[in-house]
Design a binder for this molecule. Structure first.
Ligand code: UD2
Length: 361
């Protein structure tokens, strides 16, 4: 072999051939190892990644919010989050149950949008007694870490309790008139929310959450509930079939829902959405109640009947499970029908308090 190499190197023609073969070999090696760098697909991936990080940085600059980058496990699309409860309506709105959402992801999304949430609550006449507990527990559990405006509608602003609030949260007291009957107070909430949505809420908040006052927050209620329009399943009727729902069945009421129709029975105690959608809902319900009043009829469950009619015809984007409006005492009274606390209720987030309607003013 050594002899052959020496012979070749002594021959000029063979020497040239040898050099050219060597150069060709080097070029081939370079082309092979360089493929990874030259590959256009790889370059495109890097450009996309660079583009994405610039976009995110811009959004941070714009919003002035600094958030750590989240590293998350890949979602498991083949395993349903809950098998014991319905997690989706037939119109593909999620039904919010414990275990169906990731609070960290949602918090980051809503922080990036710099979301402000308005919580409306009415404390008129004797119902002022509920306000302190309502606010204290809201400070502990409601939209923690987000900007919140509490809109307190009352006939007695001087009696609104003083509370030390977390950063980014404020109380706004709105003086409104009272009515003689509790039914009128309850129903006129729709009118007042629609008026104030038009006058000011649309400039101050992104979402409105409308709640009864005679309740306490007992666990996390966060941005997972927010969507353009949401309603909450009424605990009493979640376990029952449609023919047992207490919809308004008299055809001459504007809240009328014929037998055989209906999706769910929603509680009047917790609903909401974007300011625009809440404006549409409350305005429509108020106008319908005015028509009923002119026709000398009052819907069986007042504003709640009209809310149910509205949500039947305007499907909510999210539906909150009874975790979001539980009632120990109602449940106790209904136990014969419902049995022990259903295992589907993993967390009780809001509790309706027991009360008596005929308190002295
Ligand atoms: C149900 C609904 C409620 C409403 C009502 C209509 C639930 C848990 N709640 O509750 O949302 O649709 O039916 O019949 O299903 N209020 C005052 N002062 C008063 C009376 C009422 O501020 O003197 C306000 C207060 O915010 C109260 C709300 O109106 O939480 C509703 O009145 P309610 O709680 O007495 O009505 P209730 O328990 O029948």
């Amino acid at each position: 072999m050594a002899k052959l190499v020496r012979t070749l190197s002594q021959n000029p023609k063979c020497y040239l051939l040898h050099r050219m073969t060597f150069i060709l070999l080097i070029a081939l090696i370079m082309a092979f190892f360089g493929y990874g760098y030259m590959n256009p697909r790889k370059q495109r991936v890097e450009i996309i990644q660079a583009g994405a990080s610039i976009t995110i940085r811009k959004r941070h600059d714009l919003q002035g919010v600094e958030l750590p980058r989240m590293v998350l496990a890949q979602p498991d699309v083949l395993t349903p989050s809950r098998k014991d409860v319905p997690v989706m309506t037939p119109w593909l709105a999620p039904i919010m149950w414990e275990g169906t959402f990731n609070t960290d992801i949602l918090n980051e999304q809503f922080h990036l949008q710099n979301t402000t949430i308005g919580l409306t609550v009415f404390a008129i006449k004797s119902y002022l007694v509920f306000l302190k507990l309502f606010l204290e527990t809201a400070e502990m559990y409601f939209m923690v870490g987000h900007r919140v405006n509490y809109y307190i509608f009352t006939d007695r602003p001087d009696y609104v309790p003083y509370l030390h609030l977390q950063k980014g949260r404020q109380i706004i007291i709105l003086k409104v008139r009272s009515y003689a009957r509790w039914q009128d107070i309850s129903m006129h909430r729709m009118e007042m929310i629609s008026n104030f949505s038009k006058q000011r809420f649309h400039q101050e908040v992104d979402y409105l959450v409308c709640a009864d006052v005679d309740l306490k927050f007992s666990d996390h209620v966060g941005v997972e509930i927010l969507s353009p329009l949401f309603g909450t399943l009424h605990l009493n009727f979640f376990f029952l079939s449609q023919e047992n729902f207490p919809y308004e069945r008299r055809p001459h009421s504007q809240a009328h829902i014929p037998e055989g129709e209906g999706d769910f029975y929603y509680t009047g105690a917790l609903f909401g959405g974007s300011v625009m959608e809440v404006y549409r809902l409350t305005k429509t319900c108020h106008q319908a109640m005015m028509v009923d009043q002119a026709n000398h009829i009052e819907a069986v469950w007042h504003d709640e009947s009209h809310l149910n009619k509205y949500l039947l015809h305007h499907k909510p984007f999210k539906v909150l499970s009874p975790e979001y409006m539980w009632s120990e005492w109602l449940y106790y009274n209904m136990k014969n029908y419902m049995g022990d606390l259903p295992s589907s209720i993993k967390r009780i987030r809001v509790n309706v308090l027991e009360k008596h309607k005929n308190w002295p003013d």
